[in-house]
Design a protein around this ligand. Structure first.
Ligand SMILES: Nc1ncnc2c1ncn2[C@@H]1O[C@H](COP(=O)(O)OP(=O)(O)OP(=O)(O)O)[C@@H](O)[C@H]1O
Length: 272
């Protein structure tokens, strides 16, 4: 669907932000792109969107190179980023005008999504709060029905009930043809949605794994036994918590926040 082939990128020649990353995004999958502040999540998403072009390597959507600046690429790849700079328009006009840029945009769906978020299409974008503006952009992004939906911090500014609505709408909008990438610090807001985890650290992808493989390969435990390979441990109020290599047939539901901390602080030890 969308492939990132040995891509490197830096805003200046001296400093590479993205270092030789390769990825093959599959349809019907929601990816969580995680990383500490300033690790390059937004940069990688902008590269996938075609807003930035790789310095090395290439990015292709259904075989079309992002460097071609093809309308076919932009028609099917939607980027939902910072929504503080919305145009000076009524919400319905925004949908009608900007929807023209996307061949699968559906205005009725846009209105339905707005209704779910309790946004009046007759309101003016300039009169909306940050969270309300975000909802308009989310409604628009979903109604564009692009094959690839790239979302940078989509829950920023949303109140708690709206986060629940967002998760429901996104889950319902997923089709077998669609790929979603969500970059977020708010792991708890999105962890139930994710099929696949990508962790970016020091410009490199240190994890690119499906949640089902992760659940097979790793386990979280509060008690360790001889032979356990400890990947990470923390001291919690209720006792120690360990991420270990799973040596059993049993799979567990992963605590993604803990896994993330484990992968960026990893120092393996084996219990004797
Ligand atoms: N336009 C720019 N010009 C120069 N450097 C930039 C530019 N945009 C980002 N950077 C730098 O690139 C690095 C990666 O930034 P990026 O926004 O991609 O990180 P991020 O992982 O999305 O961060 P955050 O989690 O804080 O949003 C940072 O060090 C940032 O300062």
């Amino acid at each position: 669907m969308l492939t990132v082939n040995s891509v490197s990128y830096g805003y200046t020649k001296k400093r590479k932000i993205i270092k030789n990353i390769s990825l093959n995004l599959q349809p019907g999958t929601i990816y969580g792109l995680l990383g500490l502040n300033g690790e390059g999540k937004t940069t990688l998403i902008k590269l996938m969107e075609g807003l930035l072009l790789p310095k090395e390597g290439d990015i292709k959507f259904r075989g079309i190179n992002s460097k071609e600046r093809s309308g076919k690429y932009f028609d099917q790849v939607f980027y939902l980023g910072d929504t503080t700079n919305l145009p000076y328009l009524y919400v319905h006009d925004f949908g009608r005008m900007y929807g023209n840029f996307y061949s699968n945009f559906n205005y009725t769906e846009f209105e339905n999504y707005l209704q779910e978020f309790q946004i009046d299409p007759n309101s003016h974008l300039s009169s909306l709060s940050l969270g309300q503006g975000k909802k308009v952009h989310l409604a628009f992004g979903l109604a564009c029905n692009t094959a690839v939906l790239l979302m940078d911090e989509p829950t920023n500014g949303l109140d708690i009930p709206s986060k629940t609505i967002f998760r429901r709408l996104l889950a319902n909008s997923l089709t077998p043809e669609k790929t979603v990438v969500i970059a977020s610090h708010q792991i708890r807001d999105i962890d139930q949605l994710l099929d696949h985890l990508l962790i970016l650290h020091h410009g490199e992808l240190i994890l690119d794994k499906s949640l089902s493989d992760i659940n097979d390969q790793y386990a979280i435990t509060s008690e360790i036994t001889p032979g356990d390979e400890i990947i990470f441990q923390t001291e919690e109020v209720i006792g120690n918590k360990y991420l270990i290599v799973n040596r059993t047939e049993a799979t567990s539901n992963m605590d993604i926040e803990f896994l993330f901390n484990a992968f960026i602080n990893t120092s393996k030890t084996t219990v004797k």
